[in-house]
Design a protein around this ligand. Structure first.
Ligand SMILES: [Ca+2]
Length: 143
């Protein structure tokens, strides 16, 4: 997993989200195969970025500016303590991108308890530390 400090270049990353939608073919294939065995979401153990977030899905990353371990959801998860693709995202979510057509909510507790943030359709957050909710999400869904 790649770690790097936040730079001024990172701060412009959100603005360039839409032009960077072309996914790497190998990772896309891995994600497609993984989706066959899990209904809630999928994850890649490799470093991912915003280009990997598919249209129509809600995406989460463990690092700021859409880096780190990655998963996306069609329906959400009642408990991120359950591993996704072998990785546990509970209390590790740092950046998000809502590519669905409706608002999604992040919750501090499992089973959608204690609302942290409501993210409007199409919206994204490069660093949840700005909202003081970094590494807190334990469940998420359309809301
Ligand atoms: Ca939590």
């Amino acid at each position: 997993m790649k770690e790097r400090p936040i730079t001024s270049a990172d701060k412009s990353a959100a603005a360039s989200l839409r032009p960077r939608q072309t996914a790497r073919p190998a990772l896309t294939l891995l994600l497609a195969l993984t989706s066959l065995v899990t209904a809630v979401g999928i994850a890649s153990p490799a470093t991912a970025n915003s280009a990997d977030c598919p249209s129509g899905k809600f995406c989460i990353w463990t690092n700021s500016t859409y880096n780190g371990s990655f998963a996306y959801f069609a329906k959400g998860s009642a408990n991120l303590a359950n591993p996704i693709g072998g990785y546990v995202f509970n209390n590790k979510v740092t950046s998000i991108w809502n590519r669905t057509g409706s608002a999604w909510c992040l919750y501090d507790g499992a089973n959608y308890k204690t609302l942290l943030l409501r993210q409007s359709a199409g919206g994204y957050r490069a660093n949840l530390a700005i909202e003081r909710i970094d590494n807190k999400t334990s469940s998420l869904k359309s809301c």
